[in-house]
Ligand binder design. Structure first.
Ligand code: ATP
Ligand code: MG
Length: 399
């Protein structure tokens, strides 16, 4: 028996299998996203079929590819696949190769897509299992209900593929099939998680950050960039719009009661986010708001604040508890960066008693007291646009 050499990774799709006529576009998008994520590997080729995508490894190490694939949304599961001829002796030889050195329990599941193959699936299962038991019986036992190694034998038109270890993918939809949205990215725990969940549903994100220099430091902005770097691998890179927000905050402080400053500030943030979103062909705004978390996230506050915005506002965390959000932040590896202790623009201008049931007419009255429009325009004119790429130093093993 020759050494085991995997030639393929077989990719199984996630929810997109249910998408009827859009399926073809989705498969193409998923394939393109994988190509982009794996562009540093030389010689990989991709084969799209109706049910799977095959990555031809052409000598690349599949174990190096695995952590990259785990961040590509739209993949339900993937597995290194050993390819052999449609011949029972070759299949048995392949099954012995993929199980060599393993211990625990296994089950053989044969899928006979090629009905011309002369042996029925059940018989293939039996023949392969008895060969494994004969050769490695002291290490491997059969368990048909909950095996450590569900070994899949797929007999297809021209070849058979044998897979021993299936890895769970990132699930969701391929990034960008759902269009583009603007993520309000602070330095906190919530907004990076909101961005991750939006990307998972196929939304390509751009990010907007409101910076309050010199009240906030360069370190606070660097932290936001680091968070964007941690989100970037899911879609290749992220465009980050940094908006100078200090003048607007100072002006708000001058013209309204301190209990209303947060409400007013957030109305301005939404106005700017929407304009920058439209300019950049985004169809929605995404943020990390969660009902009742703080004064500006009561239902009354949300209604008064989002009144300035016509565009859909996607709040992936709207019903999440903080502990649930922290759990996800840990999983996607943003938590440690989010809790670094740098001031952000909201914390510096936070009043002691922020209103929890703001009155819309009062907001409109405050806004009539000064020419806020020229401040908004100036902030947008002075935006700094950065393209943020993944940073290998920041990447950790996922999950
Ligand atoms: P925390 O984890 O501390 O709650 P947060 O970023 O969620 O951090 P909130 O005050 O709850 O802070 O803000 C609600 C949402 O508003 C954020 O999730 C984010 O989407 C947006 N936001 C807040 N501050 C900024 C900012 N400076 N720039 C861009 N978006 C912001
Ligand atoms: Mg929050």
């Amino acid at each position: 028996m020759d050494e085991l050499k995997y030639e393929y990774i077989l990719i199984r799709f996630g929810e997109l299998t249910t998408k009827g006529k859009n399926k073809k576009d989705f498969i193409k998008k998923l394939s393109d996203n994988m190509k982009m994520a794996l562009s540093s590997f030389n010689g990989l080729t991709f084969e799209n079929t109706r049910d799977h995508i095959y990555i031809h490894l052409n000598g690349n190490d599949p174990d190096k590819i695995e952590p990259v694939l785990k961040k590509v949304f739209g993949i339900r599961a993937f597995a290194k696949a050993y390819k052999c001829e449609n011949d029972i002796d070759c299949i048995i030889d392949g099954a012995l190769k993929v199980t060599k050195g393993k211990s625990g329990t296994f089950k053989i599941k044969t899928k006979r897509a090629n009905k011309k193959f002369p042996i029925h699936s059940e018989d293939v299962n039996r023949k392969v299992a008895s060969a494994i038991l004969k050769n490695y019986g002291q290490y491997l036992k059969v368990d048909v209900h909950n095996p450590d190694y569900p070994i899949v034998v797929e007999i297809r038109e021209n070849n058979t593929y044998i897979m021993a270890e299936t890895v769970l993918g990132a699930q969701g939809y391929p990034v960008s099939v759902a269009g583009r949205a603007m993520l309000m990215l602070s330095g906190g725990i919530d907004s990076p998680v909101a961005g991750y969940l939006a990307m998972k549903r196929g939304i390509q994100i751009e990010a907007i950050h409101f910076a309050s220099m010199p009240y906030t430091s360069q370190a606070a902005l660097d932290k936001v960039k680091d968070l964007a770097k941690l989100l970037a691998p899911y879609q290749g890179c992220i465009k980050l719009h940094v908006i100078p927000f200090t003048d607007i905050q100072l002006e708000i402080n001058k013209h309204c009661d301190s209990s209303y400053t947060i409400t007013m500030m957030r109305r301005m943030m939404y106005r700017i986010a929407q304009r920058v979103a439209i300019k950049n062909h985004c169809l929605a705004i995404v943020n990390g708001e969660s009902v009742s978390q703080v004064a500006s996230q009561t239902l009354n506050s949300m209604a008064v604040i989002s009144q300035v915005c016509d565009m859909p506002i996607i709040r992936p965390l709207v019903t999440y508890d903080k502990l649930e959000i922290i759990d996800l932040a840990r999983k996607i590896n943003t938590y440690q960066t989010s809790i670094l202790p740098f001031e952000d623009c909201c914390t510096i201008f936070t009043p002691k008693n922020p209103v929890i049931k703001p009155d819309l007419n009062k907001c409109l009255w405050y806004e009539n007291k000064y020419d806020f429009e020229s401040f908004l325009q100036k902030a947008i004119e002075n935006e700094e646009i950065l393209t943020i790429y993944p940073d290998s130093k920041l990447q950790d093993e996922l999950f």
